[in-house]
Design a protein around this ligand. Structure first.
Ligand code: PPS
Ligand code: ADP
Length: 197
């Protein structure tokens, strides 16, 4: 723990940057099982926001685990640290005026709340990508469920590691048998209707 450190206030700050960009920075936090569609939907949503002239940044589980969180595995303790680091990074991006999208399983409510509590009111938008385990397992885009079922991977979310569904998310994106594009459109409309983007 560092001591004897002070916080510096800068004249160019979140407000001045947001004003310049003409947008309200925030974190759109997608949570759900592996294969629920977090990355696909975040990617489609980011494309739409970016095309609408917004400055965006997508933090994605697999990508972040190649760098910033490359030293972490999938024990509960490592997942907590993973989400803690990502939350702090997301906060810095919000401070830069950016609209951040995140695509992490983020299985624990307290960790999602940790990010919420780092930010100001309305800056954290929790989106529950609610897809039944059976559908995720059927999709199995990376073949990981198969490996988890035959014991090649331990601590796999939904199989032998806990997923806590959000208690009170801003958006509950319920499963429908439809294309990813249609679900992304539904998500965009829900966010819009609720004034969250
Ligand atoms: N044991 C285990 N459990 C869950 N997921 C696993 C595991 N091992 C590897 N993977 C791959 O890692 C991706 C999840 O990383 P996250 O950083 O999102 O996980 S977490 O939020 O820290 O729980 C996850 O990506 P998504 O499928 O995009 O969710 C998997 O591809
Ligand atoms: N309606 C849908 N929404 C999102 N993904 C879908 C949908 N229907 C099928 N898919 C497919 O499901 C898979 C979801 O994988 P991915 O986006 O990597 O999920 P996650 O990031 O949650 O692990 C992709 O192969 C995607 O094409």
């Amino acid at each position: 723990m560092a001591t004897n450190i002070v916080w510096h206030k800068h004249e160019v700050n979140k407000q001045t940057r947001s004003d310049k960009l003409g947008q309200k920075p925030r974190v759109i936090w997608l949570t759900g099982l592996s294969g629920s569609g977090k990355s696909t939907l975040a990617n489609l949503l980011e494309k739409k926001l970016f095309e609408d002239g917004k400055l965006t940044y997508l933090l994605d589980g697999d990508n972040v685990r190649h760098g910033l969180c490359g030293d972490l595995g999938f024990s509960d303790k490592d997942r907590v640290e993973n989400i803690r680091r990502i939350s702090e990074v997301a906060k810095l991006f919000v401070d830069s005026g950016t609209i951040v999208l995140t695509a992490f399983i983020s299985p624990f409510q307290t960790d999602r709340d940790f990010c919420r509590n780092l930010l100001q009111e309305k800056e954290f938008v929790e989106v529950y990508v609610d897809v039944p385990l059976a559908v995720c397992e059927q999709r199995d885009p990376k073949g990981l469920y198969k490996k988890a079922r035959n014991g090649e991977i331990k601590d796999f979310t939904g199989i032998d590691s806990t997923y806590e569904a959000p208690v009170n998310p801003e958006v509950h994106l319920e499963y429908k048998d439809e294309s990813a594009e249609a679900t992304a459109e539904r998500l965009f409309n829900l966010l819009n209707e609720k004034g969250l983007i």
